[in-house]
Design a protein around this ligand. Structure first.
Ligand code: FMN
Length: 170
């Protein structure tokens, strides 16, 4: 089956895109309305852009409730989730924003941004805003990485609209 441009089938397009396996991240940033608090969501659109300067990207739906916080914020932290963090990924995708951090405490990144304290992350990237581009129903965020960390945890994988529950090798 193919999708033809004149009668473009969005559901089919989405399912074709889903054949591309990705990692899973949670992006956190300051809550602009409540100083000291954070906003965050599950994101699979993360990718690398440039080594020098060190740039990464992710895209955020225009309908996302956290959009104003990231558009006008001082930066964000992208956490690459480990295989043990399935519940966290679900909570940050489907839970209410106010509930997301209830069981997932925060700590502060080197430049003072709120980030997950959970030691199960495979890597994290602290970013300052570099560029934003409007693209259809999403905004593409390009961040300049100011600090990053990694460890040997197996990554959480998302494929064909579902999380890959292959047992962790940790
Ligand atoms: C595996 C997975 C990946 C996702 N990736 C993205 C993404 O890249 N961009 C996006 O805008 N939403 C993505 N979402 C959906 C958001 O996590 C979800 O809509 C979230 O509730 C948005 O929160 P907010 O409205 O509080 O900003 C993803 C969801 C899942 C389960």
């Amino acid at each position: 089956m193919t999708a033809v441009s004149s009668t473009f089938d969005t559901d089919f397009f989405r399912s074709a895109l889903g054949r591309f396996a990705t990692g899973v991240t949670v992006v956190t940033g300051p809550d602009r309305e409540h100083p000291g608090l954070a906003v965050g969501l599950t994101v699979s659109s993360f990718n690398s852009v440039s080594l020098s300067p060190p740039l990464v990207l992710w895209s955020l739906a225009k309908q996302s409730r956290s959009l104003p916080h990231f558009l006008h914020g001082s930066g964000y932290v992208i956490h690459v989730l480990g295989a043990s963090q399935l519940a966290l990924a679900k909570r940050f995708a489907w839970g209410e924003q106010a509930e997301r951090f209830r069981e997932h405490p925060l700590r502060t990144s080197p430049n003072g941004l709120p980030m997950l304290a959970d030691p199960g992350c495979s890597a994290w990237f602290e970013c300052r805003p570099y560029a934003c581009h409007e693209a259809g129903d999403h905004i593409i965020f390009i961040g300049e990485v100011t600090h990053c960390e990694r460890n040997a945890h197996q990554p959480l994988i998302y494929h064909a609209g579902d999380f890959d529950l292959t047992p962790s090798q940790d």
